[in-house]
Design a protein around this ligand. Sequence first.
Ligand SMILES: Cc1cc2nc3c(=O)[nH]c(=O)nc-3n(C[C@H](O)[C@H](O)[C@H](O)COP(=O)(O)O)c2cc1C
Length: 354
Amino acid sequence: MWPRNDLIELLGITHPIIQAPMAGSTTPELAAAVANAGGLGSLGMATCSTEKMRDDLEETRALTNRAVNVNFFVHDEPDTSGDASPAMRAHLAGYYAKLGLGEVAGAAAPFTSFDDERLEIVLAHPPRVVSFHFGLPGAAVLRRVKESGATVLSSATTPEEARILEAGGADAIIAQGYEAGGHRGTFAVPFEAGEIGTMALVPQVVDAVSIPVIAAGGIADGRGIAAAFALGASGVQMGTAFLDTPEAATDALSRGVMREASAGDTRITRSHSGRPARGVENRLMRETAAITAGAAPFPAQYGLTGPLSAASRKQGSPDFVATWSGQAVAMNRQMPAAELLETLVAEAQAILGG
Ligand SMILES: Cc1cc2nc3c(=O)[nH]c(=O)nc-3n(C[C@H](O)[C@H](O)[C@H](O)COP(=O)(O)O)c2cc1C
């Protein structure tokens, strides 16, 4: 039915389509709907409290007994002693004043990297798949994850990163092209070196490793899925396409922003979080483009931008609210997740001749 079956067999799924883990946007209902339709449903848990992690893992298990993926960030805890650049602080002070928010808040991380507490919760609710963004955890932690029976995925933005992940124990590689929405997974090279489009990246990653490759970034319909297989991928990971399903946690403000977006409306910025991420351009991104490199280290920049985002959201304004999306956001469809998955499968099969 599909040109390559290695990923399907590795993950225990029917269709080689992964609904991307998206911190803050995925829900047990979304992951379960995709899983029950034969794809791989994912929970983006990087920014969750440990209580929410437990609740969501239990809720998901009650909704599906199919394979589900649970995702975390792996990053250095930020050194906030240097805070943001003076130019960034001074610029944000103008917004704070206009919104009546007082002094600019300090750099502070709102969530931590994958740690022992999170590891224990994962081991107590063992998911079929665990994926990491920004590299892999240390060898001892990864060994415990794998001993639980989980298959491990991580994102690469260059062939070199893919080789590092394979050598480190990943079971399959997500080749994340420059078109992708959300944070760049780049972890071993300068961010600029990882600015490779999906079309160029996927075959080079396929050539660099001997494990299955999953294409990600700008894939919105069956044409993109068929193209990924033609490039040598064994499956796809799609994020933006699932953001306007009713099961996603996307709020009305961001749904409106995405529905109005055109092909050229997304940009990569550090200004929200401190790390390069792609979203629909908003006022913060536009007006800090020249000083975005002066953001506080990830994720401590959120300490500075969080109050702006909350105030903006309260006013129903997208000015300071991040709407992470990929370059194909204008192709989004508003339909239930299971129907979207079935549509994607039918479209891809019509091209691939399955
Ligand atoms: C709103 C949003 C949030 C994301 N959050 C995560 C995350 O928490 N973990 C992760 O590994 N990838 C995350 N990503 C990146 C996706 O895994 C994937 O690389 C990307 O969605 C693929 O590009 P596309 O959005 O064009 O389909 C996120 C993407 C979006 C759009």
